[in-house]
Design a protein around this ligand. Structure first.
Ligand SMILES: [Fe+2]
Length: 287
């Protein structure tokens, strides 16, 4: 079955969110939504999420799932906001517990921060399946960028999060805590083992040298032939050397500090203080 996929591009964070609809009914899922955040002022904005909510309402859709490919380090998730407006269950990979443990320590969250994934409605592991109406979704555990990264294979479409990007841009970085270029290489081989005609929808696009427009849809066949990092059967050794050298040159994403603190809580802010005010921390010399 072939889901109807609608993309929402957030230029501030180069993120693509998707509404994935069962072609035989009104059920849908929202993949990797964005809560806008202005770091300078500490203000959130729901503009991006409201565009998705308006789309869902305009088309009389029913949100069954709010799927997160991983704990994003470059944008805040709007999953709880969309859930409050439209319902649906928030799902992520069960290795979220590893990510919560790592960043619970980095942000010195103390014992009130649960590291068991209980902030989410569903924790998926390799080979789990779920349904969006009549559409079946299958879960591939595809770590490397982070330990908990998942690829959701829904009908003939794979939502790969931050594993593969468009063929002319390559692959995701592997230098965050818990990341591994060797692990990512092996995860990508799982994605490339899907049928060649499988549609691939990527989690980010940054254009690429020589390309003027943003793009987010490709296929397994195109990735195998053309991906500049892993295409044409590049070896694990070649990939690991290239990825590690390149990662050593990359700056941290602008929103990594707020994103991790919020996304490891399923997109919720830390608890308010006794005045009802909410604060995020900045760990010094930790990341
Ligand atoms: Fe990411």
């Amino acid at each position: 079955m072939s889901p109807e996929v609608t993309a929402f591009f957030d230029e501030a964070t180069n993120t693509i969110s998707y509404v994935v609809k069962d072609p035989s009914g009104s059920a849908c899922a929202v993949v990797d939504s964005v809560l806008d955040f202005d770091y300078s002022s500490g203000r959130t904005d729901t503009r991006s999420a409201d565009a998705i909510i308006a789309f869902v309402k305009d088309h009389d859709l029913k949100v069954e799932w709010l799927l997160e490919s991983h704990v994003h380090a470059d944008h805040l998730s709007a999953a709880p906001y969309i859930q409050q407006e439209l319902g649906g269950k928030i799902g992520i990979g069960d290795r979220i517990t590893v990510v919560q443990d790592t960043f619970g320590k980095v942000f010195n969250e103390g014992t009130e921060f649960q590291r068991d994934g209980s902030q989410f409605d569903a924790l998926f592991k390799e080979s789990d399946s779920f349904h969006i109406g009549q559409l079946r979704g299958d879960v591939l555990h595809t770590p490397g960028h982070t330990p908990a990264c998942l690829t959701y294979v829904i009908g003939d479409a794979a939502f790969v999060g931050d594993t593969l990007f468009m063929p002319d841009f390559g692959t995701a970085r592997c230098d965050f805590p818990g990341g591994s270029s060797e692990t990512l290489y092996n995860s990508i081989q799982k994605i490339l083992a899907l049928p060649d005609e499988t549609r691939i929808f990527v989690g980010h696009d940054y254009k690429a040298p020589g390309r003027d427009d943003y793009a987010w849809e490709t296929t397994v066949g195109e990735q195998k032939a053309l991906n500049v990092h892993v295409g044409e059967g590049k070896s694990a050794e070649e990939f690991v050397r290239m990825r590690d050298e390149r990662d050593a040159t990359l700056a941290m994403p602008k929103l990594i500090i707020p994103s991790l603190q919020v996304n490891m809580r399923a997109g919720r802010m830390p608890p308010a203080d006794d005045q009802g005010d909410v604060f995020l921390k900045v760990p010094v010399n930790k990341l």
